[in-house]
Write a protein that binds this ligand. Sequence first.
Ligand code: BTN
Length: 247
Amino acid sequence: MEKRRKAPILFLEETASTNLAIRRLAEQGAQDGSVLWAARQTAGRGRLGRSFSSPEGGLYYSMLLRQSDDPARDLQLTPAAAVAAARALERVCAVRCGIKWPNDLVCGGRKLCGILCESFIAQAGRFVVIGIGLNVNTADFPPELREIAVSVRQLTGKLTPLPALAETLTEELDAAVAAARSGDSALLEDYRARCVTVGREVLLLRDGESREAFALGVNEDYSLRVRLPDGGTEDIRFGEVSLRNAE
Ligand code: BTN
């Protein structure tokens, strides 16, 4: 049996961003492992400086962790969070989703969940926040998101109790963080099994440029190995990779 976690799971009806709110708590001495989730965000933050639409119906979740002594291991917290979120959705909602490299959860080509990890330094030390936004009970999306986003409710026709999902997500995240930090290969295998990017034609988007490539596999450090049109290979660590010929 897993031992009971000591750090709290806190809830707010509304906040600007749970990543930002938990950072404030860290500055006031919040414990390693503290979780804060909200029913709505008014200024949800996305990757690459984008905003993240956060209406009622979603689960907006952040976990605060002290950075480990091994920065390379902490880079694996983002893929670990993707695996944890996928496992939680499977357990609570019976939804099986894929991972679009590096860390979007997708179903039928549409996004179900986004993840943003942010590091910062407070008086009490160095921290990382794992932020997860899940489309859960959303009935419909605004026209600009309709083609690219999907919710659990749209997939299953059912409403999910958000507190139960937050609790299971915390269990899965605690386990996945421990696995990432101990270099447990089962985590990597699960990530690879769920990754829908491998074996696909992709577009590598970086600094306003896009290049065509073919995704060959996920390396041990979770970088994406791609084959370029000239036959050479490259390992992609950052930036954005979109799937070509997405259905
Ligand atoms: C992305 O897909 O671009 C990442 C989105 C991450 C959204 C989550 S919601 C909870 C946490 N708080 C935020 O402001 N962002 C993350």
